[in-house]
Design a protein around this ligand. Structure first.
Ligand SMILES: Nc1ncnc2c1ncn2[C@@H]1O[C@H](COP(=O)(O)OP(=O)(O)O)[C@@H](O)[C@H]1O
Ligand SMILES: [Mg+2]
Length: 1108
């Protein structure tokens, strides 16, 4: 059963006092000293850790150490506070048990350090992450802040906690910290105004003065010199190994991490400064007329500065230091304060100011570190409360502190000694009772509601009439005199009467940790903890948010005549709550022991340690542990944990758990004296046995793990194989299907080909047959048709022949009949009927003729040549006559719609036709041209205005003509005007009249028979105009000019007609000579117009293009 553990191997002395042999107080101390000398400051008593203060730093708190202890069995490594912290954290995380770590010991024994070690260990091993780290950091950084304001140097400890602290750290189910709650217990506020010799005020005052920058100090109106402040003790202001300035920076940094706002930090410092200022306010007596002394502020400078810092009206505070208002039964009475009362008031204010600031700090820290979620969480409480204190001069504070320690001892006894022994009895384990001192009786002396010391004190404080510390002592003497742990000079307990070491004003209590002499002086005051209402009201009026918050009772709306609960009462209540809280959690003990009184390393003062071992009840602790069993566990979890160590219980035990455990133990051959069977638990005497079991379990777990691994691997391979096999089948199936599909498709297509050939062959065969059949049918049909045709035609011929014969017969018969009838009736017919028939026939024919003519009438146009054909030869004359009549009638109709002008035009046209029709080839082309007359628009055109005005008569015709030059036959343009009386020729460009021939002087006009426009105007011989000779002209409007000239010329000359001579050769008189103008048919060389050429002196030849 050799288990290698460092708890037992290479051990200095024994690591666990339970294993100490022989066990006596001497050997116990010897073991402690031995270990202490070898720097082994931790020793176990079972699961309790004894911690000796080394007073120097040891290299056992490194991160490596943390890793070493992490997740290890409690007894596996050498004793360490980390082992305890690990155990507590793991059972919190894994077994869901709330934990509390109770750290007890005298002042300076190392409680606060131990609590910090526990917290830092837990912080190091629990979860990580940004959020978690922030929570951790805040939880850890709350310590320096609270220590600066709540710790002070005492004779026993340079960093003594002057308040009790209980911190709940909350974790989630994973073991990650969520936040925490700090509870504080009774700050020793009397220290603010007065410190015993060799001690200091709270650290913060010194830190502020030495660490703050000049600027900050100036703002706070402070001076760096400690000696300027009455409240600071001077002889021990500097402590070796304590760097106040550096600590101040740490504190400020910590405040920032915890979450204090800059203005909050400033407010806090202002309050600290105000307390220092307050201490400097001094008073002097001023005699009043009624013979009483009244206090006055001596030097108002400090008062003024303090008031400025806190925004208080100076006069208000000043008055509060001189007067006191007492309210009783709705009456307000103002009394003056004498100098000592004023000092009392000042100190009370300072104490209250500071202690309330401290409480506010705790609340503020809690606000920051409070867990965010409402979800259920696990809690680890760390209790670091002031240790048992025995000073030369012990007052109310020590009384309270020691009371608290009594209670903690009580809970220790309850949970370890009594509870354990009771459990053995309960479980029916054979047990010899161990005697130990139960301090319940002392607790009762102090806290009993009827006659406890605290109750007496409260009774005195609330009693009307004069109450002093003496009356309180008297009361104690009468009520508690009989109590065996209470001693006083006046006690009725006669055995103490001769004790001269006991002064009259004191009483002594025999605490579990020793006798303590308390001076009754100040008990009543401190319990009352009175602050004059005037002062709290003055504070409330301050223009400073934090101060106002700290003194809510100063509010005028809160005038309450009821006394506030006394300090003792409050403390008792909070300790009660704490104890109840602790009882719900699984306790873990660290019992701190102080090796010497000199705060020095390496010194082991045996008497001092012996005393502590004694009153801490450590010997009893060991004895109970040894007589008892190191480890116990209910059967079910025990069997569950170790059942794999035995074949019979593994993997399932069917019977009751206890029997299973018995079988297990037997199988493992654990010696019978090493364990006992209780009613519901197995008790294992020695940790070694437990280690043995654990070691076996560990090995077994490895084997099991291998087995599980083996099975798992086997299973994994098999399932992999099965999967492969299954997959292979699937793949094969798919492939086969695919191959068969391909094959099938091939066969199918081949079959289709064969099939198609066969079907084709069959079809063709069938087609051939059908075609042959059809041809046969067609041949038959044709033959039949021919046959039928022949038949039909033969029949038709026969029928026609028949019909002809019948017709012939009928005709012949008709002729024959006719002949017969005519022969018979000839004589009657010839006489009468002939003429009638003739007339009727003629009449019918005429009728038909006229009706036919009526419906076939031609159009009304006179040019329409149509006329229906003549039906009968005998109507020839009538038909022609009717046509003529119709034409005349329609011409008349046509003429009747003419206007006068149109009539004139047509008359002209008619005359033109009479003149030229069939005489001149040009005529037919002129028929369609309207006779416009004025082609020059002479009256409108401004160019001819002058010409127009120079001609007297109305211009009947105006046109451009060519005047042919005799010399060369060429034409030149002339304006040709015709009026009623004359013919005028004018210059084509200027409009100037060249010649004007009166019409009577015009003899005749000659034109050709061809298509040309040449004409000659021949003048009467001997007339005025004839001097120059005749005119040979050509015009496009020849027909019109001649026609008009003919009409007007005739009238003007008063003769029948103007002579018109149409011939292709005529003579023209030019001056003296007569020139012959000859017209010949020429090739159309010069286009369509005729051209004139001079042939010789007597001949002008006009070549006229042949008309098409
Ligand atoms: N484990 C330790 N290692 C080194 N020094 C320690 C240790 N425990 C305590 N001390 C020293 O002892 C002093 C007092 O310890 P502290 O925890 O403040 O005592 P308590 O809280 O019990 O009054 C500390 O300031 C420190 O110097
Ligand atoms: Mg402490």
């Amino acid at each position: 059963m050799e288990v290698k553990t460092s708890l037992l191997d290479n051990m200095i002395g024994v690591g666990d006092m339970v294993l100490l042999e022989p066990l006596s107080e001497d050997s116990f101390l010897e073991n402690l000293k031995n270990r202490f000398d070898h720097n082994e400051i931790y020793t176990y008593i079972g699961s309790v850790v004894i911690s000796m203060n080394p007073y120097r730093s040891l290299p056992i708190y490194t991160p490596d150490k943390v890793e070493e202890y992490r997740n290890r069995n409690f007894y596996e490594l050498s004793p360490h506070v980390y082992a305890l912290a690990d155990e507590a954290y793991r059972s919190l995380r894994d077994q869901d048990k709330d934990q509390c770590i109770l750290i007890t010991g005298e002042s300076g024994a190392g409680k606060t350090e131990a609590s910090k070690l526990v917290m830092s260990y837990v912080a190091a091993v629990c979860g990580k992450g940004q959020e978690v780290n922030k929570v951790k950091e805040q939880l850890l950084q709350s310590n320096p802040v609270l220590e600066a304001f709540g710790n002070a140097k005492t004779v026993r400890n340079d960093n003594s906690s002057r308040f009790g602290k209980y911190m709940d750290i909350e974790f989630d189910f994973k073991g990650d910290p969520l936040g925490g709650v700090v509870s504080n217990y009774l700050l020793e506020k009397s220290r603010v105004v007065k410190q015993p010799r060799g001690e200091r005020n709270f650290h913060i005052f010194y830190q502020l003065l030495s660490g703050a920058s000049d600027d900050t100090l100036k703002k706070l109106k402070l001076d760096r010199d400690f000696s300027k402040y009455n409240y600071l003790s001077l002889d021990s202001a500097a402590v070796s190994g304590l760097d106040d300035a550096a600590n101040f920076r740490t504190v400020r940094n910590a405040m920032q991490i915890v979450g204090f706002m800059t203005d909050e930090v400033q407010s806090v410092l202002e309050l600290v400064a105000a307390v220092l200022k307050l201490g400097n306010i001094e008073f002097k007596p001023e005699s009043r007329c009624n013979g009483m002394d009244e206090s006055r502020v001596k030097d108002k400078n400090d008062l003024k500065e303090m008031c400025e810092l806190l925004g208080i009206e100076q006069a208000v505070l000043e008055r509060a230091f001189s007067y006191r208002t007492v309210e009783a039964k709705m009456e307000k009475v103002s009394t003056t304060l004498n100098v000592s009362q004023a000092y009392y008031a000042r100190d009370a204010l300072a104490k209250n100011l500071y202690s309330r600031l401290f409480s506010w700090l705790v609340t503020r820290i809690n606000e920051s570190i409070r867990a965010g979620t409402k979800a259920r969480h696990k809690v680890m409480g760390v209790l670091d409360i002031y240790g048992f204190e025995i000073f030369e001069d012990n007052s109310f504070e020590q009384f309270i502190i020691n009371y608290c320690n009594e209670k903690l001892q009580q809970i220790f006894i309850e949970l370890t000694l009594r509870e354990e022994q009771e459990e053995y009895v309960r479980e029916g384990i054979e047990w010899t009772n161990i005697e130990y001192f139960n301090n319940a009786v002392i607790c009762d002396l102090i806290e009993n509601n009827q006659n406890g010391i605290l109750a007496m004190l409260d009774e005195e404080c609330l009693r009307p009439g004069t109450v002093t510390d003496e009356t309180f002592l008297d009361k104690l003497n009468t009520v508690c005199a009989e109590h065996q742990h209470f001693e006083s000079r006046l006690s009725k307990n006669s055995k103490f009467l001769n004790d001269h070491s006991l002064p009259h004003t004191c009483f002594r209590i025999q605490h579990y940790a020793g006798k303590v002499l308390y001076r009754a002086e100040g008990f009543v005051d401190k319990n009352n903890d009175l602050l004059y209402r005037d002062l709290s009201q003055a504070m409330y009026k301050a223009n400073h948010s934090l101060i106002k918050q700290l003194f809510p009772e100063g509010s005028p709306s809160k005038v309450n005549l009821k006394r506030p609960p006394t300090a003792g009462f409050q403390f008792k209540a909070s300790v009660g709550t704490l104890m109840r809280n602790l009882q719900t959690k699984n306790p873990n003990y660290i019992r701190c022991v102080k090796p010497n009184d000199k705060k020095a390393a390496h010194i082991f003062t045996e008497s001092l340690v012996r005393h502590q071992v004694h009153y801490l009840g450590l010997m009893e602790n060991v004895r109970v542990r040894r007589a008892g069993y190191a480890f116990r566990q209910p059967y079910e979890p025990c069997l569950e944990r170790y059942k794999m160590l035995c074949k019979k219980t593994w993997p399932h035990w069917r019977g009751p758990a206890r029997e299973g455990v018995e079988v297990l133990m037997e199988d493992l051959q654990v010696p019978a004296e090493e364990f006992s069977y209780g009613r519901s638990k197995i008790f294992i005497r020695n940790p070694r046995t437990l280690f043995f079991l654990e070691e076996r379990r560990r090995q077994c777990l490895q084997d099991l793990a291998t087995l599980i691994q083996k099975i798992y691997r086997g299973w994994k391979c098999r399932s992999h194989f099965l999967l492969l096999k299954k997959s292979q089948i699937v793949v094969a199936a798919w492939y086969r299907r695919y191959a068969q599909q391909k094959k099938y498709q091939k066969i199918k297509s081949a079959t289709t080909v064969v099939q198609s050939y066969t079907r084709g062959w069959q079809a063709r065969k069938l087609l051939r047959e059908l075609k042959y059949q059809k041809r046969c049918e067609e041949a038959v049909t044709t033959i039949a048709a021919y046959w039928h045709g022949t038949q039909a035609r033969r029949e038709l011929r026969r029928l026609k022949e028949e019909a002809r014969r019948k017709h012939a017969v009928a005709v012949i018969w008709a002729y024959w009949q006719g002949l017969k009838v005519r022969r018979e009736y000839r004589k009657f017919f010839r006489a009468n009927a002939g003429k009638k028939i003739y007339d009727f026939t003629i009449q019918r024919i005429m009728q038909k003729y006229f009706l036919g003519l009526k419906s076939n009438m031609p159009s009304m146009s006179p040019t329409d040549k149509n006329w229906p054909d003549r039906p009968y030869l005998f109507l020839d004359g009538v038909h022609t006559e009717l046509r003529r009549i119709f034409h005349h009638w329609r011409c008349k109709k046509y003429r009747s719609q003419f206007t006068e002008e149109k009539k004139a035009v047509y008359e002209e046209k008619l005359e033109a036709s009479e003149l030229f029709k069939d005489k001149k080839a040009l005529y037919p082309s002129s028929v369609s041209q309207p006779f416009k007359g004025d082609y020059l628009e002479i009256s409108k055109n401004p160019k001819y205005q002058k010409l127009n005005s120079s001609v007297d008569e109305k211009v009947l015709l105006a046109d451009v003509v060519n005047k042919i030059n005799r010399a060369n036959g060429k034409g030149s343009a002339r304006l040709f005007l015709l009026t009623k009386k004359s013919v005028v020729l004018a210059d084509h460009k200027t409009g100037q009249i060249k010649a004007s021939v009166p019409l009577p002087e015009l003899a005749s006009v000659s034109v050709s028979s061809q298509t040309d426009g040449f004409f000659a105007l021949k003048l009467k011989e001997g007339s005025a105009s004839a001097v120059k000779g005749d005119f040979l002209l050509s015009s496009e409007h020849l027909i019109e000019i001649i026609t008009k000239l003919h009409r007007i010329g005739a009238k003007a000359a008063d003769r029948e007609q103007l002579n018109l001579d149409i011939s292709d050769e005529f003579l023209v008189q030019f001056k003296q000579d007569k020139v012959c103008v000859k017209f010949i048919q020429g090739s159309p060389k010069n286009g369509n117009s005729a051209s004139c050429k001079r042939k010789n002196n007597r001949l002008l030849e006009v070549s006229v293009p042949t008309s098409p």
